[in-house]
Design a protein around this ligand. Structure first.
Ligand code: DAH
Length: 413
């Protein structure tokens, strides 16, 4: 006989499970442990040595039970299997009652996580099944499955029940309202609108064109032939070919000149504003995307005088009556003659010349490309940089700030 006591593991300083085995529908384990007060005062009963009392045990298991001094040996009934059924039943009871107590969709969701979630109670219970005695597994498995279906069905019905209740936050109508911050338009958008407004008053209509262009509109029709350095791959954002046509992000709004002449009747007088793209390294004055305004006028008796007049009218209307325009001879493939455009503007107390674009008389080759008779028609064109105008006007020294969308910067304008 070995003196053993049935007691809870908490009473003992457990030093390890020595051996465990199934006997009938019970699981027995021999736990090695030491009671702080010694075993004596805690002995609740004495049991025959298991080896002798249970002849059904496999021999191997029985032989493993060590013979130890009584105060070290505790046999504890770790009876898992009937309690697993108990656990299933109590989980069902507990789950159902907690679900009924859940009175809001949020509480029902918390319940779902606790019971049906990946790390929930049900999963934990299911994970015990693998250790169940083989002959009980089918029954326990079936019962667990039923429990799962029952809990899921109860969850659905509770969810639907609460779903019909009024949703949304409870509004306290006596609370002071939230003041909405006043928004504002981006400084570039405002500049664009102001410029278009001025040209609108001068009789220009607004034209438009795509940002993804084909080579014909971006180069060929603008008298920039194949092999021209401006078409170099390193200076353009080329995109994949489409139906044999090479495409790229337009590098200039001059493309809209071609599109307007292809589609609109003559005479015509249009401006087009939009984004253009160039693979420039970003610094204070360069960005790979920026905005231009393009102007085109085609009529019968146009000359450089009309071009300069249009630019001067714009400068007066936009920068003030003392503004001036200067044209410096230059070269652009699509105009002949061509010039750089400078405008003298009043910037924070001082008059300054600022280079803002290019201009010229439409080259006869451009007219020919769109089927316009250069003997009958004349045209002038100009292209101005929107960022240049806005930056000088508002004293912005770094183009990158315009596109960082930092409200602290943009709020100033
Ligand atoms: N497209 C030119 C550029 O991006 C600007 C320009 C120059 C436009 C002369 C014109 C023009 O219409 O006539 O640099």
């Amino acid at each position: 006989m070995v003196c053993v006591s049935i007691c809870t593991a908490a009473d003992f300083k457990i030093s390890g499970v020595c051996v465990g085995f199934n006997s009938g529908d019970q699981f027995w384990g021999i736990i090695l442990g030491e009671h702080p007060d010694g075993c004596r005062g805690r002995i609740l009963g004495s049991y025959p040595k298991t080896r002798e009392c249970d002849p059904t045990l496999p021999r191997q298991t029985r032989d493993k039970i060590p013979t130890l001094p009584p105060r070290w040996l505790v046999i504890r009934r770790l009876s898992f299997w009937p309690p697993m059924i108990d656990k299933i039943n109590s989980l069902q009871l507990q789950g159902e009652s907690e679900l009924v107590a859940a009175k809001s969709p949020a509480q029902v969701e918390i319940w779902r996580t606790k019971y049906l979630g990946t790390n929930g109670e049900l999963k934990a219970l299911m994970s015990l099944l693998k250790d169940a005695p083989r002959d009980q597994k089918p029954e326990l498995g079936k019962r667990l499955n039923e429990l799962k279906l029952q809990l899921e069905a109860s969850f659905e019905s509770q969810k639907n029940l609460l779903g019909t209740a009024p949703k949304g936050p409870v509004i306290d109508v006596t609370e002071p309202g939230v003041t909405l911050g006043e928004g504002r338009r981006h400084i570039l958008s405002r500049t664009i609108d102001e410029i278009i407004d001025v040209f609108g008053q001068m009789g220009f209509a607004v034209a438009d064109g795509p940002e993804v262009e084909d080579e014909w509109h971006n180069f060929t029709a603008l008298n920039i032939p194949e092999g021209h350095p401006a078409r170099d791959a390193t200076d353009n954002f080329y995109m994949g070919e489409q139906s044999g046509v090479k495409r790229l992000l337009r590098t200039q709004t001059s493309t809209v000149q071609i599109r307007a002449m292809e589609t609109q009747p003559l005479p015509l007088k249009v401006v087009a504003v939009g984004r253009v793209y160039r693979p420039d390294t970003h610094d204070a004055t360069h960005f790979s995307m920026f905005h231009q305004i393009e102007g085109l006028c085609v009529d019968r008796n146009l000359s450089l005088v009309d071009l300069k007049t249009a630019l001067l009218q714009f400068a007066h209307a936009y920068f003030g009556k003392d503004a001036e325009v200067r044209m410096r001879p230059s070269f652009f493939p699509f105009t002949e003659p061509s010039a750089e455009v400078d405008m003298k503007m009043h910037i924070r107390g001082q008059w300054q010349w600022v280079e803002i674009g290019g201009c010229g008389m439409v080259d006869p080759n451009v007219f020919a490309a769109v089927g316009i008779d250069p003997e009958e028609w004349r045209g002038y064109a100009f292209g101005l940089g929107i960022e240049r105008i806005a930056m000088r006007r508002y004293g912005i020294s770094d183009i990158r700030w315009l596109f960082e969308n930092d409200a602290r910067f943009l709020r100033q304008f």
